[in-house]
Design a protein around this ligand. Structure first.
Ligand code: NAD
Length: 434
């Protein structure tokens, strides 16, 4: 029976502050509906996959440094746990809301399924402004949030990770709070921890490394040698700078980079190690970088190049500028940099988009390795982590490439079809517990 998506009472259709027509979340749901149709999911399965397994809202009272009590609101949503324990980051931001967390949790389900990591999807958040909190207040907030969710979290149940405004230190507090309550050290309850506390080698570079693995795979399908490739990278933070550096090491010419301070262009290629050291010594900003000329963000996206890696933020390529994109390959380092409305324009113009749920899944893949290492109590070398990461990313790319050919669809559509099919198949085998 074909799915009637428009009549499905999907929880993601509730209006929320971020759910405008071009938002990444609505874009994700549009792609989900396309794949569900193609797979002819029946209504029951559609509703199952569109509904989170669990949504928890907690009040988090915190004694502030001045002695007052302030109550924050925290969320944790488990979208799905059919493939295994759920996995997903925790963000601290003033505008976090349940709708956003629900959509991001679903996104994690598809991302884990695409790279064949045995996890379901989850996401969490606390509505707060971390810039206004002292370190001690942040610690008390994190520990009380964790304490309120002790029955949700667990190495076999639900495993948080860093996201917007949360870092290794926050993960260490979560791990310690959970461990104190379970009366044993439980490192595998979170990933993205400091290495000394059971974190993994290679985790920091994992997302950029994965972006480069799938980009090289796409170039080889097109018969383009890496050392004959021109590359543009938007965003020069964790994902962008590592992607740029590894492409540079492959002999590619990186003709433009950018960060929040603006774009930097050099037709003969930017010396990426030099740009990274400039940024590190310049308060982590490219402002004033002398090795290139200034261009705007719009100009950067529209440059003639082989590969464009948007690695800054969502909604960068929309129906307003998609027809001006001249890259042959767009590798989505960021989450949701291309809106659903832009997909068909890029497709018509023959641009191959490597979708975010594949391209930036290197991070969750090495988080999985971190969890495996914590559970084994045996830690791998960086070389082993990178080798296994490359293997999993390459094999995920090849799987999706096969699905593209099978259905004559884009890589993005293939990613959703593959992920949804995998979760639906597993659910059919497990059945519905009654
Ligand atoms: P980051 O904060 O380290 O870097 C973001 C970079 O983007 C910075 O250089 C910033 O200056 C730049 N930037 C911000 N706004 C910009 C704009 N308007 N124009 C140009 N540059 C701009 O963040 P990150 O960890 O590298 O994450 C980047 C993206 O990748 C996000 O969408 C994130 O969700 C996604 N992602 C990150 C990971 C990870 O492991 N870090 C994993 C999966 C997805």
């Amino acid at each position: 029976m074909s799915n009637k998506s428009s009549s499905n009472p999907s929880i993601y259709k509730e209006p929320g502050p971020k759910l405008d027509k071009e938002s990444p979340f609505e874009s994700m749901m549009e792609r989900f509906r396309f794949a569900a149709d193609l797979l002819q999911l029946d209504d029951g399965m559609f509703q199952y996959l569109a509904s989170p397994v669990k949504q928890v809202i907690v009040s988090i009272p915190v004694v502030m440094d001045d002695g007052r009590i302030k109550v924050f609101e925290g969320f944790r949503v488990i979208h799905d746990n059919v493939l295994g324990p759920s996995k997903g980051g925790i963000r601290f931001a003033p505008d976090v809301n349940l709708n956003e967390v629900k959509a991001l949790a679903a996104w994690m389900t598809w991302k884990c399924a695409v790279v064949n990591v045995p996890f379901g999807g989850a996401k969490g958040g606390i509505r707060c402004n971390p810039k206004e909190l002292s370190k001690n207040e942040l610690e008390r907030l994190t520990r009380r949030y964790t304490a309120n969710l002790l029955e949700v979290f667990g190495p076999d149940r639900d495993i948080p990770a860093p996201d917007m405004n949360t870092d290794e230190q926050v993960m260490a507090w979560i791990m310690d709070t959970y461990s104190m309550n379970s009366l044993r050290t439980e490192t595998a309850v979170v990933t993205g921890k400091p290495i000394i506390l059971g974190g993994s080698q290679g985790r920091k570079e994992a997302t950029g490394r994965g972006v480069v693995t799938v980009t090289l795979a796409a170039l080889s399908k097109m018969g383009i040698m890496p050392n004959k490739t021109s590359v543009v990278v938007q965003g020069f933070g964790n994902v962008g700078s590592v992607s740029a550096e590894l492409m540079y090491e492959q002999g590619a010419k990186i003709i433009a980079i950018s960060d929040i301070s603006g774009g930097y262009f050099n037709a003969s290629g930017i010396d990426i190690p030099d740009a990274i050291s400039y940024m590190s010594s310049n308060n982590r900003s490219l402002e004033g970088y002398p090795g290139a000329e200034r261009i705007t963000n719009e100009e950067l996206l529209e440059l003639q190049c082989d590969v464009l890696i948007p690695a800054a933020k969502e909604d960068q390529i929309s129906r307003h500028n998609a027809h001006k994109i001249k890259a042959k390959i767009v590798a989505e380092g960021a989450n949701g940099p291309v809106t659903a409305n832009a997909d068909s324009i890029l497709e018509e113009n023959g641009v191959m988009v490597i979708p975010d749920i594949l391209a930036n899944a290197g991070g969750v893949t090495v988080s999985y390795f971190e969890w495996v290492q914590d559970r084994q109590g045996y830690f791998w070398t960086e070389e082993r982590v990178n080798r296994r990461l490359n293997r999993m990313m390459r094999s995920a790319f090849d799987n999706l490439y096969g699905v593209c050919g099978q259905h004559n669809i884009t890589m993005r559509q293939a990613a959703y079809v593959y992920a949804i099919d995998r979760v639906a198949e597993t659910l059919k085998l497990r059945g519905i517990y009654a």
